[in-house]
Design a binder for this molecule. Sequence first.
Ligand SMILES: [Fe+2]
Length: 252
Amino acid sequence: MRTSEAHTKSSVGFADLKIKDIVATNFRAAQVFEKYGIDYCCHGNRQLGEALQEKNLAVSEIHNQLNALEEQGSDDSNKYSEWDLDFLAQFIVNTHHAYVKKSIPQIKDHLAKVINAHGKKYSYLAEVEAAFDSIAAELTSHMMKEENILFPLIHYLTETKKFNERPKTGGYGTIKNPIRRMEEEHSSAGEVLSTMKKLTNNYTLPKDACTTFKVTYEELKEFELDLHKHIHLENNILFPKAIELEEELLKL
Ligand SMILES: [Fe+2]
């Protein structure tokens, strides 16, 4: 399904498309989904109509905005679906994993300062800190598993493809098993992000917020956006393509 195909559909037909496919063909669509709080990464496998119904949103409104994106022309987002899988995995490590690793200590430090200054008055800040600590620990171990187990497996599959060889399946069974595990961990991270959003009332600052408070909320919002894109690239592009590649090679 190409973007143009998606955008020439009527709004009713449009509602039948899967959210992940809309974003995979034009990443700019993610901005529209972020605006309406539509989950395109962990729950991207749903039809757009279903997600809109749940939020009481009109299909026509989203349809018009996605059509407007089409008029802006294509961006370079389509390239992710075209990349070699090994290259995409490396891109995720160099861009998104690197960002998470760099941001964690910085955000922790800022959160501690904000709690020190405002923690008594705004008691929910301690819960935000606990939620961030848990997502930081989960992601640190998650990324390690991807970098040491899953991504090397994807590299192995791309190598066997080059030599047109049947891949050996290891103790993990097929690649679907570690992928399922990673997807579960993505969902868990997604839930912590929504908890943080609720605790902070969608990162709404109190009137007396100091500069560090403002900076910390901006950092948390950026962290959330980056994680949405990161999970989208894995759940909706890298993982299904790796499963497809393994299935193709196992027929050899
Ligand atoms: Fe991941």
